[in-house]
Design a binder for this molecule. Structure first.
Ligand SMILES: NC(=O)c1ccc[n+]([C@@H]2O[C@H](COP(=O)([O-])OP(=O)(O)OC[C@H]3O[C@@H](n4cnc5c(N)ncnc54)[C@H](OP(=O)(O)O)[C@@H]3O)[C@@H](O)[C@H]2O)c1
Length: 367
């Protein structure tokens, strides 16, 4: 059993500079929990959290020493010590964690299947990130699917909300949807949902190195490389959903699709030279930033929390068997392995079919 707190720190002004901090385990106060973080998923989405650490507040979830940030990640943890009246030691939790071995939470609004972390510094941050599922009371929890839940569930919720948003808007009159960074998990999930819905042609844009792998997955009608952009078919009306976020690519796509581009959604910045929501093209529609937690709040108001969860759950159950066919969870355990995966993700060297699941402390993970 680890008796020290280990934390993976990233320099805020240079995401390539990292270090491991070690210290004593924190003591939970009355009403708090000490949680041992067991496994977290790591994808380009976490790199975007770091890129947007200052601007969108991702550094504020888990405070770090001056000049450093702690990258947040989705996954599972176990309550090691409880000083809370309802949530007990030994409980398994799912939620948003620091890249660390342990964290202290302060449960509030405790229900059978969830609670909210009421730690003061987290209160101004989007509520979706402060919610923890208590696995034993969560009817959708399947122990054998933990890797899949950590890797895909938060991304799938974004894809679900995008699919719903576009359909709700009648695809702005378009019959074709272009997805950049088509090899990303969030894009693949959206392509699956759009294809299942039918009525629009789903096209993928990816790097040359990923084209064949993505095309073989069969989720896109056709997969094109970024070099193909000047020759893309531009007949009819189209929507562009940009997960790559590169300024030059966005301009090239807007220019090629021209007047036929009726809506442009800026979702991701996988390519890292990105300025989300910025860099308007010379003419035509302006990219609109899509922020999943905002749409989630909207749909919770429209459908009620239960109605929303029931819809997401149903779509998730249909998606999971498909995802198992294209993604392979890969476990890495210990600080060195975690640093290696972080660097691979930072530089975009993770193969599209690999899903990294990390364990910073000691544990049963394998390399
Ligand atoms: N706005 C929101 O609410 C929201 C919600 C969820 C996710 N997102 C964003 O969607 C994006 C994809 O997330 P994900 O977790 O699904 O990603 P992922 O599965 O890890 O995607 C990896 C893919 O991204 C591209 N990529 C990653 N790093 C790169 C680099 N350094 N240089 C060039 N290309 C790189 C490559 O795709 P290609 O070769 O195909 O370009 C790569 O195959 C992220 O930016 C994430 O933050 C946004």
């Amino acid at each position: 059993m680890t008796t020290t707190l280990q934390t993976f720190l990233v320099a805020r002004d240079d995401l390539g500079r990292t270090r491991l901090a070690a210290g004593p385990l924190p003591e939970p106060a009355d009403g708090e929990l000490l949680v041992r973080i067991d496994r977290i998923a790591f994808t380009a989405n976490n790199i975007t959290y770091a890129e947007m650490g200052e601007r969108m507040g991702y550094w504020r979830f888990f405070p770090a020493p001056e000049g450093f940030g702690i990258v947040p990640a989705w996954g599972f943890g176990d309550v090691l010590v409880s000083r809370h009246a309802v949530v007990s030691a030994g409980e398994r939790l799912y939620g948003f964690w620091p890249m660390a071995t342990h964290v202290v939470l302060r449960p509030d609004r405790v229900a059978a299947g969830s609670f909210v972390d009421a730690s003061e510094h987290r209160q101004p941050l989007p509520a979706a990130y402060n919610l923890y599922q208590r696995c034993a009371g969560d009817p959708s929890y399947v122990a054998a699917d933990e890797d899949w839940q950590a890797l895909l569930r938060p991304l799938f919720v974004t894809s679900f909300l995008l699919d719903d948003f576009l359909a709700d808007a009648g695809f702005f009159g378009a019959t074709r949807v272009w997805l950049s960074s088509a090899s990303s998990k969030v894009a693949l999930a959206l392509a699956h949902l759009l294809r299942s819905r039918g009525g629009v042609e789903v096209m993928g844009l990816t790097s040359a190195a990923h084209r064949d792998v993505v095309a073989a997955l069969g989720v896109y009608r056709r997969v094109w490389t970024y070099a193909d952009v000047p020759a893309l078919p531009n007949d009819g009306r189209a929507v562009f959903v940009d997960f790559a976020g590169g300024v030059a690519l966005r301009r090239a796509v807007h220019t090629r699709l021209g007047e036929g581009l009726v809506y442009s959604s800026a979702v991701g910045m996988a390519h890292r030279d990105a300025e989300i929501g910025a860099a308007p093209p010379p003419t035509g529609v302006k990219p609109v930033f899509f922020f999943a937690p905002e749409r989630l709040r909207q749909r919770a108001r429209d459908w009620g929390r239960e109605g929303l969860e029931q819809r997401i759950g149903q779509a998730w159950r249909a998606f999971l068997p498909v995802a198992r066919g294209w993604l392979e969870p890969v476990h890495s355990c210990g600080p060195e392995a975690v640093a290696r995966v972080y660097e691979e993700a930072l530089h975009g060297r993770v193969p599209p079919r690999t899903g990294h699941v990390l364990m910073l402390g000691e544990g049963p993970g394998q390399d």
